[in-house]
Design a protein around this ligand. Structure first.
Ligand code: FES
Length: 118
């Protein structure tokens, strides 16, 4: 495991939910379970008024903010409603039942080759 990643959750934590938020270096980060059972990690503060997106609704690859309905594509981080600001991804790796994420968000235009899936 690269030294810039930390264990944040367990796969079994997602048996009955598809998204949860955590704090990494005091920043809120969401871990999302994809429809195919893989995982991704993203910034989780809505770009409108910073609502926690993991308290919203997930529909396939789209998460809908619980406060005013802005939508984000979790595959790209793109805001589909109301803003040009994107959610930044975090690197994520699964080892057995453990989920690791990077300490800092990745630049979505510069994929981290050591990052695995995100
Ligand atoms: S805080 Fe998310 S749409 Fe307003």
């Amino acid at each position: 495991m690269p030294g810039n990643m930390i264990k944040i959750a367990k796969v079994s934590d997602f048996a009955h939910t598809r998204m949860k938020s955590y704090k990494v270096l005091a920043r809120p980060v969401g871990v999302f379970k994809n429809p195919d059972g893989s995982f991704r990690a993203m910034e989780v503060g809505c770009k409108h008024e910073n609502a926690d997106l993991t308290t919203g609704r997930m529909d396939g690859d789209i998460v809908v903010c619980p406060w005013h309905g802005w939508k984000y594509n979790l595959r790209t981080g793109e805001c589909l409603w109301g803003s040009t600001a994107c959610l930044r991804p975090y690197a994520l790796q699964v080892e057995g039942n453990d989920i690791y994420i990077s300490l800092r968000p990745l630049d979505p235009d510069v994929p981290d080759p050591s990052a695995g899936e995100w």
